[in-house]
Design a binder for this molecule. Structure first.
Ligand code: AMP
Length: 128
């Protein structure tokens, strides 16, 4: 896995979180896509007809950590990969939502940065 570019305000990262294990191939997943920067797989408990998670190939605990510590090249590569996944899933024409939870008020449960891609139906307004 790539190392973060900088270390300012680096959050603690648990190398044994479930997504780190998926990246290392220690835990199975339903893979959707992989790039130099990112890995995408189906959420185990989908909240929409299409619910895919995209994670960076690097040790970032959340969006907050990623935005402070990943290099601009890595950030660009990651977010281009997110769009590629949405396109591969056929979501671009009708639309999709991306969500990333940081911290307890957002109910983040897995502390490896991830973007949820949700689609496949009209999702209504944010937060129901
Ligand atoms: P968050 O609450 O934003 O941290 O989202 C974590 C997401 O990871 C949830 O939607 C879970 O359903 C999903 N999840 C947890 N374990 C797995 C797993 N082994 N494979 C796929 N998705 C998972």
């Amino acid at each position: 896995m790539k190392k973060p570019a900088g270390n300012l305000n680096k959050m603690a990262y648990d190398k044994n979180n479930i997504f780190a294990k998926i990246l290392r191939g220690e835990v199975p997943c339903k893979k959707v896509h992989e790039t130099e920067f990112a890995f995408a797989f189906h959420d185990i408990a989908p909240d929409a007809p299409v619910h895919v998670l995209v994670i960076p190939k690097g040790e970032y605990a959340s969006f907050d950590d990623f935005s402070q510590n990943a290099s601009p090249e890595f950030m660009k590569g990651f977010f281009v990969s997110v769009q590629e996944v949405a396109k591969m899933l056929g979501l671009v024409e009708n639309g999709y939502r991306i969500i990333s939870n940081h911290g307890s008020d957002a109910s983040q449960t897995v502390h490896h940065f991830h973007v949820h891609i949700l689609g496949g139906k009209n999702l209504g307004r944010l937060l129901g």
